[in-house]
Design a protein. Structure first.
Length: 227
């Protein structure tokens, strides 16, 4: 998997940001509410207008179509969006091409059955987040805040992004589920070598898991000093 590199990226509110996260490294971003953490993650995912460049390994964001980029650099927003009535259609069948090249997911995928191998992988993924396979039949409306948050991360990992941007991934979770989510993220970055940038207000979590930590102070992203 590639490294994630920001080169003079200029999200709204922030001075230009340059940083590198090696493949498999976990970096935290903290800062007071409203400091611009979400805006930084959204700029990296190219969801808001911004200047500067972002690289996955040698590949520049500007050389990749935006939907492709967002599939490779997977953003977990603080509040997830859901577009279908039940959970299942959000876990689309992956095309063979998407497995190999991280190219587009098959757009007709929602209407076709997943192959058995993908079903098994999905079952295992859902179990790691504390769900049985029947969660796929649940309506989105019945999901609690924490269930939504865990399923949104499962949905993101199902697409095998090469880098992860996590916005408050455990903010609504009890300690047991927080540990489960942390374990899945740890496993994903170590096994798949994905760079992870995680916005978190939890100092213990940052100390426990992070290889590196930054904080936003007065519109600048600076290294966070240790305890
Ligand atoms: N589209 C927008 N237009 C104008 N201002 C915006 C827009 N989106 C966010 N902001 C403002 O930019 C600031 C930073 O927002 P952001 O969501 O990045 O904060 P944050 O650091 O993630 O905060 P929190 O910890 O509360 O989630 C906030 O004051 C917010 O109101």
């Amino acid at each position: 998997m590639p490294s994630l590199r920001l080169q003079q990226l200029r999200p709204r509110l922030l001075e230009p940001v340059s940083l590198t996260l090696a493949a498999g490294a976990l970096g935290f971003v903290s800062g007071p509410s409203g400091a611009g953490k979400s805006l930084l993650l959204r700029a990296i995912a190219d969801l808001d207008p911004n200047d500067g460049e972002v690289f996955l390994g040698d590949q520049a964001r500007s050389s990749v179509a935006a939907p492709d980029w967002r599939r490779r650099v997977g953003l977990l927003p603080a509040e997830s969006g859901w577009w279908a009535e039940t959970v299942a259609p959000h876990f689309a069948r992956r095309s063979a091409g998407a497995e190999r090249t991280h190219g587009p997911v098959d757009e007709d995928a929602r209407h076709r059955q997943r192959p058995r191998q993908q079903d098994q992988e999905l079952d295992a993924l859902l179990r790691r987040f504390g769900f049985e396979a029947d969660v796929l039949d649940w309506t989105v409306l019945r999901l609690s805040t924490g269930e939504r948050q865990r399923l949104a991360l499962a949905r993101l990992l199902w697409l095998h992004p090469q880098a992860l941007l996590l916005d408050e991934a455990t903010a609504n979770l009890d300690p047991a589920n927080r540990s489960a989510v942390e374990a899945v993220v740890e496993d994903y970055r170590r096994r798949r070598g994905a760079a992870v940038l995680w916005a978190s207000h939890d100092p213990e979590q940052r100390a426990r898991l992070g290889d590196v930590a930054w904080v936003i102070r007065e519109h600048r992203l600076v290294p966070e000093e240790g305890p």
